[in-house]
Design a protein around this ligand. Structure first.
Ligand code: BEZ
Length: 210
């Protein structure tokens, strides 16, 4: 059974490049970007893990921890990390889970047998501080993911949680957001004393709080 939005992210214990972790303890109230890649020593994955390492400042600003997984053994993760450092110009500053027996991959439904019965696909889970799954993404092995989009979704989710705002098509941070429909006008006036625009009774926009 695949994991769905709002489900509790399953806990597990696993070996990683930063030592053994118990996932829920490691997450410890942070947002988490948990993503799988098909194999170590492959080109697309090399660029993805390097780029994720470079986003550490962006993740830190948002209270996010990154963690990767493939079914390769720990020794490969460690050897390949040196290649990532050499070719992408950054140290891998987040843990990579070694999952050679596929226990975690199976729990998170990261192996799609009609794509490959051996390797994980490019899954992404954004998990909130309450350990709830807030986003799932599945990309094919041959397409590198857009980690800027993952950051954008986290910005949107945090805006929803903090300010009861949703975000419109192609929204970028700083642009006007949408007041969620469950907020009535009276409450909206209190939440957004600077005022908001009513385009239709169900479409109300406001500049997001800083
Ligand atoms: C990779 O780099 O991970 C990859 C590239 C093409 C096909 C499958 C995987």
């Amino acid at each position: 059974m695949s994991l769905r939005l709002g489900d509790l992210a399953p806990d597990f214990s696993a070996e990683t490049t930063q030592g053994r972790i118990r996932f829920h303890d490691w997450a410890a109230g942070s947002w988490v970007v948990f993503f799988s890649h098909p194999r170590d020593y492959t080109p697309v994955c090399t660029t993805e893990l390097g780029y994720t390492a470079k986003l550490k400042g962006q993740f830190d600003q948002r209270g996010v921890k990154a963690i990767a997984l493939s079914v390769d053994p720990l020794a490969d993760h460690i050897g390949w990390s040196k290649d990532i450092e050499e070719t992408q110009g950054c140290t891998v500053n987040f843990p990579i889970i070694a999952d050679p027996d596929r226990e975690v991959a199976n729990r998170y439904d990261m192996i799609h047998p009609n794509a490959s019965d051996t390797f994980t696909v490019r899954s992404v889970f954004v998990i909130d501080p309450n350990r709830k799954i807030r986003l799932t993404l599945t990309y094919p092995a041959s397409t590198g993911r857009n980690f800027e989009e993952i950051l954008r979704v986290i910005d949107s989710l945090q805006l929803t949680d903090r300010h009861k705002l949703a975000t419109p098509v192609n929204w970028k941070p700083g642009e006007d957001a949408i007041i969620v429909p469950s907020v009535k006008d009276e409450e909206a006036k209190q939440l957004f004393p600077q005022g908001f625009k009513t385009i239709k009774p169900y479409l109300r926009t406001v500049a997001p709080p800083k």
